[in-house]
Design a protein around this ligand. Structure first.
Ligand code: C2E
Ligand code: MG
Ligand code: MG
Ligand code: MG
Length: 282
């Protein structure tokens, strides 16, 4: 009855909260251990020139294997927000850039013609005072030109619009590092950041690409995004290309680069190097 319910509910609620806190605490310490035990790795997904079909770059995507390389894999959508919450994203973020650049120089050293590696930056990292210097010294140590590094930022950085962000992005681009705006069109779209920040590439979110064959309106929306990036002299990259039909359509519409399962799923560094070898023989 009603009375019983009202005394039960708060108890259940508290238990749920407790469970959540415990779960959160466990995950938190798991993540710290994971970092120490090197359970994180980078997978790579090719970025393809839609016209020449050549692999011109790769996006580094983080993976977590809590039970070793052969065990289950946790999605970054699950653990990146947690890394951000407890600032672990700062040391992890430095490791990401270093690992990605080391892999790139190894591939280039083995004779592959890949030009650029893209690394995702979390908005939190704009407040990491040491990041810029770390990137610069890593580039120097590995003797990689800064233009080989692309950093992907999302529109959420605009929420944070501060002198910090301005200064950070300006320093990146004065070093010669490229900046891509990731998931374009899904965020807090105030277009003013397109001229406020030094952005070279727009990554058109998968949401606009997946629906391309669903009709005219989707096509026209995409056309205006392409026109926008052209008029601002930015290159465009389409995410989430899953079929050849969509790849052709995008190329026809004037998108510069593409990424998606049609070309390859994200794969580990060794598999990626193999892919580079195969695609250059074609
Ligand atoms: P994102 O940067 O937009 O990365 C693209 C995501 O789309 C990847 O998911 C990729 O696997 C997926 N994807 C690529 N092609 C296709 C396709 O054809 N179809 C479909 N359905 N999906 C496709 P993933 O690897 O799960 O990463 C999800 C998000 O997590 C990334 O979105 C990025 O925001 C974040 N993330 C991943 N790695 C890192 C990292 O190292 N640092 C930071 N800060 N964020 C990361
Ligand atoms: Mg990205
Ligand atoms: Mg993206
Ligand atoms: Mg995306």
């Amino acid at each position: 009855n009603a009375k019983q319910q009202s005394t039960l509910e708060p108890v259940m609620f508290e238990e749920m909260m407790l469970d959540k806190t415990v779960a959160r605490y466990r995950l938190d310490s798991q993540l710290r251990d994971a970092l120490a035990r090197k359970e994180f790795s980078l997978f790579y997904q090719p970025i393809v020139d839609l016209e020449s079909k050549e692999i011109v770059g790769a996006e580094a995507l983080m993976r977590w294997h809590p039970d070793g390389p052969t065990g289950v894999m946790v999605s970054p959508v699950e653990f990146i927000p947690l890394l951000e919450e407890n600032d672990l994203i700062l040391p992890v973020g430095r490791w990401l850039v270093e690992q990605a650049l080391e892999d790139l120089t190894r591939w280039q050293g083995n004779g592959h013609s890949i030009q650029q590696i893209s690394v995702n930056l979390s908005a939190k990292q704009f407040h990491d005072q040491t990041l810029l210097e770390f990137i610069e010294s890593t580039l120097n140590r590995l003797k990689v030109p800064a233009s080989c590094l692309m950093l992907e930022v999302t529109e959420s950085l605009y929420l944070d619009a501060s002198e910090n962000v301005d200064r950070f992005l300006a320093s990146l681009s004065s070093l010669g590092i490229s900046i891509a705006l990731d998931d374009f069109g899904t965020g807090y779209s105030s277009l003013s950041y397109l001229y406020r920040y030094p952005i070279q590439k727009l990554k058109i979110d998968r949401a606009f690409v997946t629906n391309l064959d669903k009709g005219d309106k989707h096509i026209r929306l995409l056309q205006s995004i392409i026109a926008l990036s052209r008029s601002l002299e930015m290159k465009s990259v389409a995410e989430g290309i899953e079929t050849e039909t969509v790849a052709r359509l995008l190329q026809h519409m004037g998108v510069d680069y593409g990424q998606g399962f049609f070309y390859s799923r994200p794969i580990n560094a060794q598999q990626f190097e193999q892919l580079l070898g195969e695609s250059s023989r074609q």
